[in-house]
Design a binder for this molecule. Structure first.
Ligand SMILES: Cc1ncc(COP(=O)(O)O)c(C=O)c1O
Length: 391
């Protein structure tokens, strides 16, 4: 049961009203199951790349980019892309202070130094002014993240990167359905990466994709992703360089192709859920939900509420209230510069640090019912009112 009808049953067929409300859950129909069964039965030997080729071509067409390399994760795709750009020791890579650590870890693995830029208080995405303030002669790339499906200011970031001759990379892991600066997320950067992890709007269980309009970059990434073997030389077992192995399987791509055929429906439902939350919470002036600049469009991967600073409400307080109400809401990513693994006291990002303790993601799976959305809003409203009484 999917999509337009905000029904009462979960995709697993179980009743969800009154029970625990999960944070996310994929939407899998007979379309995906049919392709996965076909891949399992027939996708071997000379057919072992059939679904991979169809999924790569279809996804690249959807975003409007010429070359696609499917991977086992977005993390792997970012590692491959940065490696193909030659990022290494002595280089600096700028990453937003609020994102999943996967946006930063590949640069660290390559020996580069990560610098954390603050976020914009309205979009929660990386602040271009903060990015520009961090650029040095060592900067090689900026990783621009479409956080929770909110469009980041790719147009300004592209101008900055062009001016300083550095690469703009779009981390669109969360950006399916997002439109930024007139492009689908992932369509403007030197390369972009997407995630098809089980929590994402489109899933292959685990999986990712690197997209680029740069043919030679795509070729380097393909070689790197095949243990450094050039195309057509796979049977030689004689790699020309040390590479990686972050490949997607044909079975995963079969699931992905099914999801891709439903992408408009999957994205529309995510957007609808965000707007249902927005309508219901519009009277609660002390919180705000995902926002974007005029002309951009929210992908709505993760509806998120930020409590305004004067309320004094923390996301841990809200998380406890949600858990007590049987709702699995997640606090947002921490400010990465504060994590002991980075210990970057030089990169002080005040907006990010405030957001990290005041914002929480709300549940949003495709077949979430209106009754479940109401329940989440009732618990949120009760927690906010209860906090005001305690003060
Ligand atoms: C912003 C961001 N970047 C990168 C990743 C990494 O994706 P994957 O789990 O496919 O490696 C994620 C995954 O959650 C993410 O949210």
């Amino acid at each position: 049961m999917q999509g337009d009808d905000p029904g009462l049953l979960g995709s697993g067929g179980e009743m969800t009203d009154g029970g625990k409300i999960p944070y996310t859950r994929p939407s899998i129909t007979d379309v995906e199951i049919g392709y996965a069964l076909d891949a399992a039965a027939h996708g071997w030997g000379e057919h072992c790349y059939d679904y991979i080729e169809r999924f790569e071509k279809g996804f690249a067409d959807h975003v409007g980019v010429s070359h696609a390399v499917s991977t086992s994760s977005a993390t792997g795709a970012l590692h491959l892309g940065l490696s193909a750009l030659g990022v290494g020791p002595g280089d600096e890579v700028i990453v937003p202070d609020i994102t999943w650590i996967a946006s930063a870890a590949p640069a660290v693995h390559l020996g580069a130094t990560v610098r954390f830029a603050d976020i914009d208080p309205v979009t929660w995405c990386v602040d271009p002014d903060s990015v520009e303030s961090l650029i040095t002669e060592k900067t090689r790339a900026v990783v621009a993240v479409h956080l929770y499906g909110n469009p980041c200011d790719v147009v300004r970031l592209a101008e900055i990167c062009e001016k300083w001759h550095i690469a703009l990379i779009e981390d669109a892991a969360e950006g399916i359905g997002t439109v930024a600066g007139g492009h689908r997320a992932g369509g403007l950067g030197h390369f972009s990466v997407f995630s098809f992890h089980g929590t994402k709007t489109v899933t292959t269980g685990e999986g990712g994709m690197l997209l680029t309009n740069d043919r030679s970059l795509a070729e380097s990434v393909r070689v790197l992703n095949n243990h450094g073997r050039a195309p057509g030389r796979a049977a030689d077992f004689a790699p020309e360089r040390i590479g990686y192995k972050y490949r997607m399987s044909n079975l995963q791509a079969a699931l992905g192709l099914g999801q891709l055929e439903r992408i408009e429906e999957l994205v529309a439902r995510k957007k609808q859920i965000l707007e249902l939350y927005r309508e219901r919470l519009s009277g609660l002036s002390c919180v705000r939900l995902n926002m974007c600049r005029d002309g951009d469009s929210l992908g709505a991967w993760m509806p998120t509420v930020e409590c305004l600073e004067p309320t004094g409400i923390s996301n841990q307080y809200l998380r406890t209230a949600f858990l007590d109400g049987g709702i699995d809401a997640r606090v947002v990513f921490p400010s990465l510069s504060t994590l002991p693994v980075f210990r970057l006291s030089a990169d002080v990002c005040p907006v990010a640090r405030g957001f990290a303790v005041r914002a929480i993601n709300l549940p949003s799976y495709h077949d979430m019912s209106v009754a479940e959305i109401d329940r989440v809003c009732t618990v949120l409203r009760g927690a906010v009112v209860g906090h005001a009484r305690l003060r």
